[in-house]
Ligand binder design. Structure first.
Ligand SMILES: Cc1ncc(COP(=O)(O)O)c(C=O)c1O
Length: 383
């Protein structure tokens, strides 16, 4: 049996609510999507939630909704999935990358400040920064928020990994330090809707834009603030939008999963604590535990101390049928980004991390014996 790095946890109850939805009158837009949005809003303590078909879609409409356009700059962490930066290019904007703090693997706010100072002189300040909460650990939002006021950029939190996480007691998704937060409900994430995501904001104008962009740019007669027509059947396309809507089947699964989110988070933290305890005396670096941050532990990443061990340990674990992974190749190292002119070595800490990081298995249904096996294999490797 192979042990994956991540996996969904689907119960019989999840299956039965999906089945019931398939037998109901609504498959696309209906009451469940609304209920799911309201439930997420309540869970994170924010005003508006727009449920969509992926975090990638949510990032795209987030950028559009705050007016990112051709030749604007969007900056994001070099250490993320490509969706965090592709959203800029979908809007015709330009992309640049911020290096990470090698302790937290998130954006380094000191390097960010230096980059902003330089960009100000060159008049190439970003309009938006997509702040990624890597593995479920919040980025330094207070510092980044302060910089956003000084240099006048908007903040989108890419919290694809981080629903349920806390930052100085603030729920990630409360948007206390940002304009918009984005979640992913992909199967390996904390809760799943198969494919799925959400964009969250406390700003009603942004929320109305998010809804428009996710629904073809079409204002319907129920959207009073945008729609000018009188007839019941009228609708009017007022922006170039997309079909990014979440459907009822996804929302039914999401609602059922959301009921279990606190137990999922607890189990993920228990698994992480067990790794922390068992692996602490080995020549590897464990996640940086910060008492002001509660991680949702989407990923549990270890760093080998010596780059030479990286491939060897990675391959050894794969050989032992432990399907470890690497999150992430610095985005600009992908062929497509190289073709835009980015060069190897652009963000040294993200590259250092990339040359040493391994994601170990972490998901609610991992058995104790399976985790023990992973731990023993790593211990054996270093013997
Ligand atoms: C940091 C980050 N952002 C965005 C995404 C895109 O999420 P989705 O698959 O829901 O589009 C992912 C997916 O893995 C991710 O890890």
């Amino acid at each position: 049996m192979k042990i994956p790095y991540g996996k969904q946890s689907i119960s019989n109850k999840d299956i039965s609510v999906v089945k019931k939805t398939l037998q109901s009158n609504f498959l696309t837009q209906g009451p469940k999507v609304k209920f799911f949005e309201n439930s997420i809003a309540k869970f994170v303590g924010s005003k508006h939630v727009v449920a969509v078909n992926s975090a990638t879609s949510a990032l795209h409409i987030a950028c559009l909704s705050i007016g990112l356009k051709k030749d604007d700059y969007l900056w994001t962490s070099a250490n993320s999935f490509v969706a965090s930066s592709n959203c800029a290019l979908y809007c015709g904007a330009k992309i640049d990358f911020i290096d990470i703090d090698i302790k937290t693997y998130n954006i380094c706010h000191k390097k960010l400040e230096k980059k902003l100072e330089y960009a100000k002189k060159k008049r190439i300040l970003p309009k938006v920064i997509v702040v990624v909460h890597i593995c479920g650990f919040s980025a330094p939002m207070k510092e980044i928020y302060k910089l956003s006021k000084k240099y006048k950029f908007k903040i989108i939190e890419d919290a694809s990994h981080a629903i349920g996480g806390l930052y100085f007691k603030n729920k990630i998704g409360s948007c206390k330090f940002s304009d918009i937060t984005v979640f992913s409900f992909h199967p390996v994430k904390i809760i799943t809707t198969a494919e799925g995501g959400a964009a969250i904001t406390n700003n009603s104008k942004i929320a109305s834009n998010l809804r428009l962009y996710a629904d073809h740019g079409v204002a319907r007669n129920k959207n009073k603030s945008k729609f000018k027509g009188k007839e019941l059947w009228n609708f009017d396309q007022i922006k170039l939008g997309y079909n990014y809507r979440m459907n009822e089947i996804q929302a039914a699964l999401g609602l059922s999963q959301l009921k279990k989110i606190n137990s999922f988070l607890r189990i993920r933290n228990t698994i992480a604590n067990r790794y922390n305890r068992e692996l602490k005396n080995l020549p590897i670096i464990l996640p940086n535990m910060d008492s002001n941050i509660y991680s949702s532990f989407h990923l549990y990443v270890i760093l080998v101390k010596n780059t030479r061990e990286h491939k060897k340990l990675f391959n050894y674990l794969i050989m032992k049928k432990i399907i470890v992974n690497l999150h992430y190749i610095p985005i600009y190292r992908h062929s497509f980004y190289k073709s835009l002119g980015f060069k190897k070595g652009y963000c040294p800490s993200a590259e250092d991390y990339y040359s040493r990081a391994i994601s170990l298995p972490i998901y609610p249904n991992i058995k104790n014996a399976e985790q023990k096996y992973v731990i023993n294999c790593i211990k054996d490797y270093f013997k």
